[in-house]
Ligand binder design. Sequence first.
Ligand SMILES: Cc1cc2nc3c(=O)[nH]c(=O)nc-3n(C[C@H](O)[C@H](O)[C@H](O)COP(=O)(O)O)c2cc1C
Length: 148
Amino acid sequence: MATVCIVYGSETGNTKRAAEIVAAGLLERGHGARLVNAAEAGPEVFVEPCDALLFGVSTWGAVEEEVCQDFLAFYDELGKADLKGRRAAVFGCGDSGYDRFCKAVDFVEQRVQARGATLLQESLKIDRHPKDSPGLVEGWTGELAKRL
Ligand SMILES: Cc1cc2nc3c(=O)[nH]c(=O)nc-3n(C[C@H](O)[C@H](O)[C@H](O)COP(=O)(O)O)c2cc1C
């Protein structure tokens, strides 16, 4: 059994819902999962004794690097974190109607890798709300659970 910490930033609740689905899927498979709102998270997250760090982030084109407002301060912390030897995965919601679909997922993924973490699997980009793509988040979580 592994323990994961899931840090999510969400403006209208879509990525929060995805984070809840990921947490429930991991719990169902015998893993432990803790949800943390990025708006309330600081560098303490990076020293948590967990087996993997998961990051959920939505894309809002109006702000710096398109990371949603709730994730912005934590995104700065991520840029300073020592993640050497840590395992991580990234997911997030966007809207394919925008040119830069889910770019925040790419930005966070790049930053996580630049700080030394290894990605457990391909990042997940969700179009609008998880319920618009039935089974997508659940399937991604199932794969992740096997890699933990
Ligand atoms: C002002 C604004 C800008 C947005 N910019 C983008 C964008 O550049 N790329 C994208 O994929 N989605 C964009 N979106 C869509 C949101 O990312 C999408 O609604 C997402 O599901 C919201 O997730 P959240 O509720 O977790 O914040 C934008 C939405 C708004 C309102």
